[in-house]
Design a protein around this ligand. Structure first.
Ligand code: ASP
Length: 322
């Protein structure tokens, strides 16, 4: 008989940690042991629990995410896999940071829930069971951080929460899921691609994410750049920006503040085709970088990691989607 897969389960909070109070409000009460007690653990898996926090993920910051990454990295040295439970609101941001900042072939799998414990369709226990199965599977090695949710497995750097309330809110707009889970068995749909990583020493770079819209005031861009170490703008369509913003953004690039443009559409690249101010060719001529197929949130986390590693943003964003 083969020896069991030894996994660590790290709890950080989120809906998956919630129970309902007498007024029906979701309150974070469940620690890692409670989560494990409610889960049907896959055969051949041994789980050790640890608590990182009981946070709503909307209040997590990149420095806290990096602290989590360091904790996970240590666990990855001692276990065969690590599962992180997390709020879904910023799950993609934490998962992206873990993927970019941790160097390990050991599977790191992030999951969460859309319903609190006690709701009729509570999805936490099944999602944890799936994440444990993914983390225990040798085929998950060397893929960077993964997100397991429902019956899908996504690459951390590509996944995005695409629905505010649905039970299956995650998708990977650029590529779709990298794997599917059926009856506790993972089938990967693509071979592993070595993950992009950086030697991230800090994650406190001030990098706002601003969404452009028709007639967006210049003061929005000005405020976003005030004190910023970098900026990500989610532009319209192919990443187009209001033309009155362009001088400000171009000046920022000349001062050494990297500016990355992504698309606010939810899918597809920030690309080049149109002439004229605010168009993609103008943006490129002014030194703005394209996020390529990265989501705006992932582009922001990558820029924070790049700056925290002292790496070259131009080189980083010239690479395709990690
Ligand atoms: N709606 C969120 C969740 O699913 C709340 C959070 O992100 O903490 O956990």
């Amino acid at each position: 008989m083969s020896s069991p897969a030894r996994l660590a389960l790290v709890a950080t909070g989120g809906t998956i940690a919630c129970t309902l109070d007498a007024d029906g409000r979701a309150v974070r009460t469940l620690a890692a042991d409670d989560l494990l007690a409610a889960t049907i653990v896959p055969a051949g898996v041994e789980v050790t629990t640890t608590n990182f926090g009981l946070m709503p993920s909307w209040d997590l910051t990149p420095p806290a995410m990096l602290e989590l990454a360091r904790r996970v990295e240590k666990l990855a040295a001692d276990f065969d896999g690590v599962v992180v439970t997390h709020g879904t609101d910023t799950l993609e941001e934490t998962a992206t940071l873990l993927s970019l900042a941790i160097r390990t072939p050991v599977p790191v799998v992030v999951t969460g829930a859309m319903r609190a414990s006690g709701e009729p369709d509570a999805d936490g226990p099944a999602n944890i069971a799936t994440a444990l199965a993914v983390a225990a599977d040798p085929a998950s090695h060397g893929r960077g951080t993964l997100v397991a949710f429902g019956d899908e497995v996504h690459l951390a750097t590509r996944v995005s929460k695409r629905h505010s309330s649905a039970l299956l809110p995650f998708g990977s707009p650029a590529t779709g899921p990298v794997g599917v889970v059926h009856d506790g068995t993972v089938t990967f749909l693509a071979p592993p691609v070595p993950p992009t990583t950086y030697d991230v020493t800090h994650a406190h770079a001030d990098v706002p994410l601003v969404v452009a819209c028709a007639g967006a005031p210049v003061r929005l861009a000005r405020a976003a750049l005030d004190g910023a170490d970098g900026l990500v703008v989610a532009g319209m369509g192919l990443g187009h920006l209001p033309s009155p913003w362009m001088d400000l953004l171009g000046d920022a690039v000349r001062r050494g503040v990297p500016v990355v443009r992504a698309t606010r559409t939810g899918a597809g690249p920030a690309a080049g085709r149109y002439s004229g101010p605010g168009g993609d060719i103008d943006a490129e001529e002014r030194g703005l970088m394209s996020a390529g197929h990265r989501t705006p949130a992932a582009a922001r986390i990558e820029l924070i990691c790049v700056l925290g590693a002292g790496a070259d943003p131009a080189e980083a964003f010239a690479r395709p989607l990690p």
